[in-house]
Design a protein around this ligand. Structure first.
Ligand code: AHR
Length: 628
C-alpha cells in the first residue's frame, strides 16, 4: 500500500527537469534527423583528421565493430557505372577548388557517350527513401559536360523521378532543379548521367525534400523530429558529448565553421568514426530548439580534447581562442545585432530575435587540474559577460574538496546496469544540500541491457522517480544518446532508432515520454508498506501535484513478479487515468520489425491494480469524488 501525504511537500520539481541530449553519433544527424539524402555531398568524406596517429591505429570501435578506414575509398558514397561502349572515369581531386576550405571534388571524364552511358551514382545513407512530393536537387559544377540527366532509381531499376541539369559551363555555377516523386520507394540511389563527352568537376550535389519538420529549407526529417518533439523536452543539449572535445583540438566542434551556406561548410571528421557534414549547424540547432519548444543548452570546448582518448591540452593562446569562440557563439545566439557582429550574422540569417539559449556547459567529461584551470578562466569571463545564463561544470572537475569553482549546476553521467540504477535510488537522498544543483546530463541502463530492453527502462524509471523526489538537488536530466541509425550503431543502447523511413523508440523512450508528459510541480511525501507476499518486490514510487492540480503518481515495479498495489488516494481526489509501459519479458526490446512491442498503454483508471513484472505506471488523479 502506498500512502500520500497531501499536506507534506518535500520539494519543487524544476519545470526544466526533462530534456534531451543530442550528439552526432551513430549517424544521428547525417543519414538520420537531417533530411539530406546524398551522402558525401561535398566529396570531403575521405579526408581524415589531422595528427591522429593514435586513432588511425585503432580499427575497432567502442562496440567491437571493425571500422572500414575511409581512406580505402577516396569517394565514399559515390560509384561509377558505364554501359555499352562508352568510356568513363571517376576520380577524387582537389584541383582548382571553388572554395579552398572545401576543396574536394569528383572529376568525371566521359567519352563515346553516343555508344553508351557514363553515370555516377550516389547511394545515400544505406539507400535513399523517397516519398510522393518534390525534392530540390542542387548541383555545383563546372566543365565541358554542359548537362547531366539526374534521376532517382529504385533497386529494381525503375526511375522514380528525373530532371535535366543544364547550363554547366567553364566556371563553377550552382544549378537548382526540382525532382518530383509520385510514390514511396526505399533503397534508391541518385544517378547523374553525362549528357555528352567531356569532363565534369562536381563540387557539391544535394537532394533535399521540400517536406521537412516545420518546412525548414535546410531542415529535419519530420518523422524523427516528431519523435523528439513528442518527448516535450524543456531543453535540448548540443552538440555533445565527446564531439565537443574532438579526437584532438583540430577536429573539436567549432560553431563558426557550421554557419553559412551548406556548400561552404567543410564538415569535420567526427570522433565517432565518420566525417559529419555540419549541415545541422549551430543556427539549425538553435532553430530546432525553437521548433520543439525547448531551451538551448550549448556545450563549449574549454581548450582540451577528449581525455578518455588522447588528450591534447591547448596552449594559453589556444585556450584563449576557444574562449573567444564561446563568447562569439553566445553572442550569435542571444546578442544584440546592433552591437555584436555575431548577432548581426544571426539577423542576416533571418533571425533578428534572440534564440532561447539558457544553459552553457563548460567542457564535456573533462577532469583534473588542466580542466579546472580552464574552467576557471571560462566561468569568470562568461559569467561576467552573460550573467543571465546558467553555467554547468563537469562533475569530474568539481568533486574536489580543495577547490571551489563557481557553477550553477554540476553534470553527472551514469552508464550502468539496470540493477545498479536500483542500488542508486538513494544517491540524492544523501547528497549535500549546498544550494547548488545537479544536472544528470547523460544516463542510461546500457550494460546487460541488450539494445535497450524493458528491464533497463524500468530501472531508469526507478532512478527518475528517485531524482524527481530529490528535485531540490536534481534540477535536470537527459537520457543519452538520443538517436541511432541501425546500420551504424556506435553506442550499444540509444533512445530512438531508425532505418529508411522507419523509426522506433526503445522501451526507455516510452518511459521518458510518459514521465516527461506527466510532470509534477511539487513533490509530496509518501510512504510504502509491503505485505508478506510481496516482501521481495523492488518497487519505487513517488507522488506529486502538477501545475493544474492533477495528482501524479509514478511507480516502477522492478520485480519478476506481478505485484498488486493499492494507492491510498488522498480525500477529494479520484483516479482519472492509468498509463503503463510493460512487456511480456524483462528482455523484450522494440525493433524495426516490431517497433511497438513495448509502448504506452492506457488502462482503466483505478487506485488498486496488478502491476506487471518490470512494469512502469503513471496514475493521475483529479479533484472529484474519491474512489478508494
Ligand atoms: O553518449 C555517448 C558518449 O558518452 C558521450 O559522447 C560522452 O559524453 C559519454 O562518454
Amino acid at each position: 500500500q502506498m500512502d500520500i501525504f497531501e499536506n507534506q511537500q518535500i520539494c519543487e520539481l524544476s519545470p526544466d527537469f526533462y530534456g534531451v541530449f543530442y550528439e552526432e553519433i551513430n549517424h544521428a544527424g547525417d543519414g538520420g534527423l537531417y533530411a539530406e539524402l546524398v551522402r558525401n555531398r561535398n566529396f570531403m568524406d575521405a579526408r581524415l583528421p589531422e595528427h591522429t596517429a593514435w586513432y588511425q591505429g585503432r580499427a575497432v570501435t567502442e562496440n567491437g565493430h571493425v571500422e572500414p578506414w575511409p581512406m580505402d575509398d577516396p569517394l565514399p558514397g559515390w560509384r561509377l557505372h558505364v554501359t555499352g561502349h562508352a568510356k568513363g572515369e571517376m576520380q577524387g581531386t582537389t584541383q582548382s577548388p571553388r572554395n579552398e576550405r572545401v576543396p574536394n571534388q569528383l572529376k568525371l571524364t566521359a567519352s563515346q557517350t553516343d555508344c553508351g552511358e557514363v553515370t555516377v551514382y550516389n547511394t545515400g545513407y544505406w539507400g535513399m527513401t523517397v516519398h510522393p512530393g518534390t525534392y530540390r536537387l542542387t548541383v555545383i559544377a563546372r566543365g565541358t559536360i554542359s548537362s547531366v540527366r539526374a534521376f532517382v532509381e529504385t533497386p529494381y531499376g525503375e526511375t522514380a523521378a528525373e530532371a535535366q541539369v543544364s547550363g554547366i559551363g567553364e566556371s563553377f555555377s550552382k544549378i537548382e532543379t526540382t525532382l518530383t516523386v509520385s510514390r514511396r520507394a526505399s533503397g534508391c540511389r541518385l544517378g547523374l548521367t553525362a549528357g555528352c563527352d567531356g569532363v565534369l568537376m562536381l563540387d557539391f550535389v544535394s537532394l533535399f525534400p521540400k517536406d521537412t519538420f516545420w518546412a525548414r529549407e535546410n531542415g529535419m526529417k519530420p518523422h524523427i523530429a516528431q519523435m523528439i518533439a513528442d518527448l516535450s523536452p524543456s531543453f535540448f543539449r548540443f552538440p555533445g558529448g565527446c564531439i565537443v572535445e574532438g579526437i584532438n583540438l583540430s577536429n573539436a566542434f567549432s560553431f563558426a565553421d557550421t554557419l553559412g551556406p551548406v556548400e561552404d561548410r567543410p564538415g569535420k571528421y567526427n570522433l565517432w568514426g565518420y566525417r559529419r557534414t555540419d549541415g545541422i549547424g549551430y543556427h539549425e540547432y538553435l532553430t530546432f530548439c525553437e521548433d520543439i519548444g525547448a531551451k538551448a543548452m550549448y556545450v563549449v570546448n574549454c581548450g582540451m580534447s577528449c581525455q578518455a582518448r588522447q588528450a591534447e591540452y591547448g596552449t594559453k593562446e589556444q585556450v584563449e581562442s576557444f574562449l573567444q569562440e564561446a563568447i562569439h557563439a553566445i553572442e550569435y545566439a542571444i546578442g544584440d545585432p546592433n552591437t555584436s557582429v555575431w548577432a548581426a550574422r544571426r539577423a542576416e540569417a533571418g533571425h533578428p530575435e534572440p534564440f532561447p539559449l539558457a544553459y552553457v556547459e563548460i567542457g564535456n567529461e573533462n577532469w583534473g587540474d588542466e580542466y579546472l584551470a580552464r574552467y576557471g578562466l571560462f566561468i569568470d569571463t562568461l559569467k561576467q559577460r552573460f550573467p543571465s545564463l546558467v553555467y554547468i561544470i563537469n562533475d569530474y572537475g568539481a568533486q574536489r574538496s580543495d577547490v571551489h569553482p563557481e557553477y550553477d549546476l554540476i553534470d553527472e553521467h551514469f552508464y550502468v546496469t539496470p540493477e545498479r540504477f536500483l542500488v542508486m535510488t538513494d544517491r540524492y537522498d544523501r547528497y549535500p544540500r549546498n544550494g547548488k544543483g545537479v544536472y544528470v546530463g547523460e544516463y542510461a541502463a546500457n550494460q546487460e541491457a541488450g539494445r535497450g530492453n524493458m528491464a533497463a527502462a524500468c530501472a531508469e524509471a526507478a532512478f527518475l522517480i528517485h531524482m524527481e523526489e530529490n528535485g531540490d538537488v536534481v534540477k535536470m536530466a537527459s537520457y543519452a544518446p538520443l538517436l541511432c541509425h541501425v546500420n551504424d550503431r556506435k553506442w550499444p543502447v540509444n533512445l530512438i532508432c531508425f532505418a529508411d523511413d522507419h523509426v522506433f523508440g526503445i522501451p526507455s523512450y516510452h518511459v521518458q515520454k510518459l514521465f516527461s508528459n506527466n510532470r509534477p510541480q511539487t513533490m509530496l511525501k509518501t510512504s510504502f508498506s509491503v505485505d508478506s507476499f510481496t516482501g521481495e518486490a523492488q518497487i519505487r514510487a513517488n507522488a506529486g501535484v502538477a501545475k493544474d492540480g492533477t495528482l501524479i503518481i509514478k511507480i516502477a515495479n522492478f520485480s519478476r513478479e506481478e505485484t498488486e498495489i493499492c494507492v491510498n488516494v488522498p480525500d477529494g481526489y479520484a483516479p482519472a487515468g492509468l498509463y503503463a509501459v510493460f512487456a511480456e519479458m524483462p528482455e523484450t526490446e522494440n525493433s524495426v520489425e516490431e517497433p511497438q512491442r513495448v509502448s504506452v498503454c492506457t488502462c482503466s483508471a483505478s487506485a488498486s491494480f496488478l502491476m506487471k513484472p518490470y512494469g512502469v505506471y503513471v496514475l493521475t488523479c483529479v479533484r472529484g469524488t474519491a474512489e478508494k
